[in-house]
Design a protein. Structure first.
Ligand SMILES: Nc1ncnc2c1ncn2[C@@H]1O[C@H](COP(=O)(O)OP(=O)(O)OP(=O)(O)O)[C@@H](O)[C@H]1O
Length: 304
């Protein structure tokens, strides 16, 4: 449904059956997603997963090949024209010789109606840097300035595309603490990242995407639980993959030459089977880390 006014009950973001093709490339391949107002959501995925393409569609910069993209119950361009959506991009757009306050004030002068400059600098945690030249600010501080500028229109939805790339740990921490403090006022935040830890630490919800599709969607603990299994490796020529797969709690079996690798929730059952019903040797059982879960969920672990 498209309306001319902000629809308070509409999802902050709605993607329904969205695909986007660039020639032969399927950048987005059937995404259905609804974000509730006030959620902080991470779009987590490896390079080329389709994160930027989704964000570009939400910003009205590109149209889907098929499906519906809505922001606050309306077409993205309409929501943007009303100042309901802002974005923080990775680079560009800052003049080194202006001060932090001058930069935000200049941006504010382009809009008819904005929040006060000092208020947005404060929200972004850079009020103390107001008189510093942009060229003297660190990458993280410049990014918080971009965040301050994005807040000028007091947007209901804030989109951030890999906002902390290149920042050190402290810069990242300061950046996210400003975003989180601000979001407690009810703003919806959607950020793209390929840092698992960043998604886990700062998002209420993680949408894991790979090859243009949602492969997992849940809270940090739910996504971490996907990593709760064990990996069992053993020397076992002619492994009976069907028999192993049929054991309870086995997620994945991979045979390489004379060895077999099994991902399972219940490693005891698998180990017992291997040791009693097969000639398996050299058993090795390791906890599946979240990094490994991420790689296997996004299909990157297969060639590792
Ligand atoms: N304008 C374009 N023309 C052709 N192919 C494109 C275009 N934009 C994106 N793609 C392709 O679409 C796929 C998804 O790209 P996208 O930039 O959305 O991924 P991403 O998850 O943001 O990746 P990254 O983390 O590297 O930024 C990639 O295969 C990319 O090469």
């Amino acid at each position: 449904m498209t309306t001319n006014t902000t629809n308070a009950t509409a999802p902050a973001v709605r993607l329904a059956g969205v695909t986007k093709e660039f020639g032969d490339v399927r950048a987005v391949w059937g995404i259905d997603l609804a974000l509730r107002p006030g959620e902080i959501v991470a779009f987590l995925g490896p390079n080329g997963a389709g994160k930027t393409t989704n964000i570009d569609m939400l910003l009205g910069l590109t149209k889907p090949t098929s499906g519906t993209v809505e922001v606050l119950g309306m077409e993205p361009r309409k929501a943007i024209a009303r100042g309901l959506v802002s974005a923080v991009m990775q680079t560009g757009g800052l003049l080194k010789d202006l001060t932090v306050r001058e930069t935000a004030a200049y941006m504010a002068s382009l809009f008819a109606d904005t929040r006060p400059v000092d208020e947005v600098l404060d929200r972004a945690g850079i009020a103390g840097l107001a008189d510093r030249k942009v060229g003297k600010c660190s990458g993280g501080e410049q990014q918080r300035l971009r965040f301050a500028m994005a807040l000028l229109s007091d947007p209901a939805l804030l989109l951030l595309d890999e906002p902390t790339t290149g920042m050190d740990v402290e810069g990242r921490r300061a950046f996210w603490s400003a975003i989180r403090d601000d979001a407690s006022s009810g703003r919806t935040v959607l950020f793209a990242t390929h840092y698992l830890e960043e998604a886990d630490q700062y998002a209420d919800r993680i949408v894991l995407i790979s090859q243009g599709q949602v492969v997992a969607d849940g809270t940090g603990p739910q996504i971490r639980a996907l990593a709760s299994g064990r990996t069992i490796r053993a020397w076992l020529p002619d492994a009976d993959v069907a028999a192993i797969t049929a054991l309870g709690g086995v997620d994945h079996v991979e045979v390489r030459g004379e060895s077999v690798t099994i991902h399972a929730k219940d490693s005891d059952t698998v180990a017992r089977y291997l040791l009693t019903a097969t000639p398996a040797r050299d058993l090795e059982i390791t906890a599946k880390g979240i990094e490994e879960a991420f790689l296997s969920l996004t299909g990157q672990g297969e060639s590792a």
